[in-house]
Design a binder for this molecule. Structure first.
Ligand SMILES: Cc1cc2nc3c(=O)[nH]c(=O)nc-3n(C[C@H](O)[C@H](O)[C@H](O)COP(=O)(O)OP(=O)(O)OC[C@H]3O[C@@H](n4cnc5c(N)ncnc54)[C@H](O)[C@@H]3O)c2cc1C
Length: 503
């Protein structure tokens, strides 16, 4: 099997070979991956290609915390940068690829134990390799009436990687970081930190109380490179006695602001139990057609074609899907409240639709998005929007005009969280075309710059864009992150460049 020599920055070929041999002595030769062929799945990013590809030099796959500590010793000695992944499927944000070329990926899939589920308290403690599917099977096999909340690629991914990215799902527990409780973190020098009440010997409340005593540290281990999380506590939702999912359809493209202003109060007073998704016709159409079915010219599909194709399938320009959960009588009353509110604003309300993510059903339905163009290139642009109609309209116009300038189709699937909306927009392109890939890259960079110039920050970004986004979110913020980095990882071995944080 061919092995191309890609090296971590500043490490000689000789030293790298020595370090890999040392990794092999800790994890076993079979768990150090070096050949181009075996590295291929770890090098596919979906993102637009960069002048210097962000690909790893090798992968090392430990089985437990002790092996991770041993790997860190070697990395510190040889200054080998290491990029931890849990299930490694950060699709549209870089997948398993590092933020700078040549890092060694530290894959944690062999740490895959469900360490605890407390059916009474609705808590779990899991390792990074545990998938949502595995956890759901575990609950079902034991008839434990707890629901999971997962992102759209739920069957393939797991709670640790998703939570550390501050990812989200579609039940009332959709804010994953907001529903995690207690971490075990291996620091760069091998020290093991248990956050929250995990520091208490024989703690019986590690998964019940999030804040512990003193500073609340969990946040600094998300979207960061300050440690390797090896255990994570989760809160799981008691299966609700009743639930009902609705689809709200707004007939005009100009109805977006109106829709948001109806949704906001219903979210803030928690009448609507989950975030719901506010999505446009183009995104809905990806479930039924490919771009080439609608348009064979250059550039974005014209609005008129999108709306005509949508009409044929009963799709309207803006739609909002959400659910009510709770006791049957409460769901019934709230059904009347929400239906009246949306209908008064001119929408059509369709009750009792089925949306798997909102009701604990794992599915890969949303992957149809990737069929829109050839090749399945995907980069998420994910700005935060204040939950106000005027702001959503503003973001819509800004994003659509920038995307259209770059010949890309405007799509959004926005989660209406509370006071904010995560306005998640996929840039879908054909990565096999260098020209299209460059257009998508230029588009993303312009979106990031123009949105931040207009005062809108970014919720999460892909490995290609971490430096850019960090540079626009406050010099002092970046500097404080650097100081933390220097204190916790003085050799800068953990995931350099993650979220723009360098030593
Ligand atoms: C069609 C489609 C729909 C999607 N829908 C959603 C959605 O609804 N919600 C959503 O949130 N995402 C969504 N995604 C994006 C993504 O696929 C998921 O967020 C996925 O859960 C992230 O991958 P992962 O869980 O395998 O995390 P990983 O790839 O394992 O981890 C992500 C990153 O976190 C860090 N990290 C991971 N593990 C550790 C660790 N143990 N210690 C320290 N750092 C670590 C690393 O920087 C890593 O690169 C979607 C993607 C696609 C293609």
């Amino acid at each position: 099997m061919a092995t191309t020599q890609i090296l971590p920055k500043g490490v000689s070929a000789r030293e790298f070979v020595r370090a890999l041999a040392e990794f092999g002595r800790i994890v076993g030769e079979d768990y150090v991956i070096r050949s181009d062929e075996q590295l291929l799945p770890y090098r596919k990013a979906m993102l637009p290609e960069q002048p210097e590809p962000l690909i790893c030099s090798a992968v090392v796959i430990p089985a437990n915390v002790e092996e991770i500590q041993g790997i860190l010793k070697i990395c510190n000695r040889h200054r080998i940068p290491i990029w931890p992944i849990s299930t490694g499927r950060n699709f549209g944000y870089g997948s398993a690829t590092p933020a700078t070329p040549g890092q060694v990926v530290l894959e944690l899939r062999r740490l895959n134990r469900i360490l605890d589920v407390d059916a009474e308290l609705g808590t779990a403690l899991v390792e990074p390799g545990v998938t949502y599917q595995q956890l759901q099977d575990h609950l079902k096999e034991r008839n434990i009436p707890l629901w999971l909340d997962f992102p759209a690629p739920g069957p393939l991914v797991g709670p640790v990687g998703n939570t550390l990215e501050r990812g989200g799902g579609q039940t009332p527990y959709g804010d994953h970081f907001g529903h995690c409780c207690g971490m075990e973190v291996v620091l760069a020098d091998g020290a093991i930190l248990r956050t929250g009440l995990g520091g208490v010997e024989n703690s019986n409340s590690w998964q019940c109380y999030r804040y512990g005593y003193g500073p609340y540290l969990d946040g600094i281990f998300t979207q960061s490179n300050f440690g390797i999380v090896t255990k994570l506590g989760l809160w799981l939702m008691p299966a609700p006695p009743a639930h009902r999912t609705f689809l709200v359809q707004y007939p005009e493209d100009a109805d977006l602001a109106k829709a948001v202003d109806v949704i906001r109060p219903l979210r803030l007073d928690r009448t609507i139990g989950n975030f719901g998704v506010l999505f446009n016709a183009a995104l809905a159409l990806t479930s039924f057609v490919r771009k080439a079915d609608l348009h064979d010219g250059p550039g974005a599909v014209p609005d008129a074609r999108i709306f005509a194709a949508a009409r044929e399938r009963g799709i309207t320009p803006w739609m909002y899907s959400f659910s009510l959960y709770g006791r049957p009588e409460i769901v019934e009353v709230n059904s009347r409240v929400v239906t009246a509110a949306f209908e008064q604003s001119g929408a059509v309300v369709i009750p009792d639709i089925h949306d798997p993510m909102q009701v604990n059903e794992l599915s890969l339905e949303t992957f149809r998005l990737l069929n829109w163009t050839e090749g399945g290139g995907l980069a998420w642009f994910a700005p935060v929007c204040p939950n106000r109609g005027a702001d959503m309209r503003n973001q819509h116009h800004l994003a659509k005009s920038i995307m259209s300038d770059h010949g890309l189709d405007f799509m959004t699937g926005a989660t209406c969280i509370g006071r904010e909306i995560e306005n998640v927009m996929p840039l879908v392109f054909n990565p096999a075309s260098a020209e299209e890939s460059q257009r998508a890259d230029a588009c993303m960079r312009r979106l990031i710059r123009e949105f931040t110039a207009a005062g809108y920050g970014i919720y999460r970004t892909g490995t290609n864009y971490m430096d850019l986004v960090a540079s626009l979110h406050g010099a002092t913020n970046l500097e404080v992150n650097r100081r933390l980095k220097r204190a916790l990882d003085p050799n800068g071995i953990l995931a350099p460049g993650k979220s723009g944080i360098q030593i």
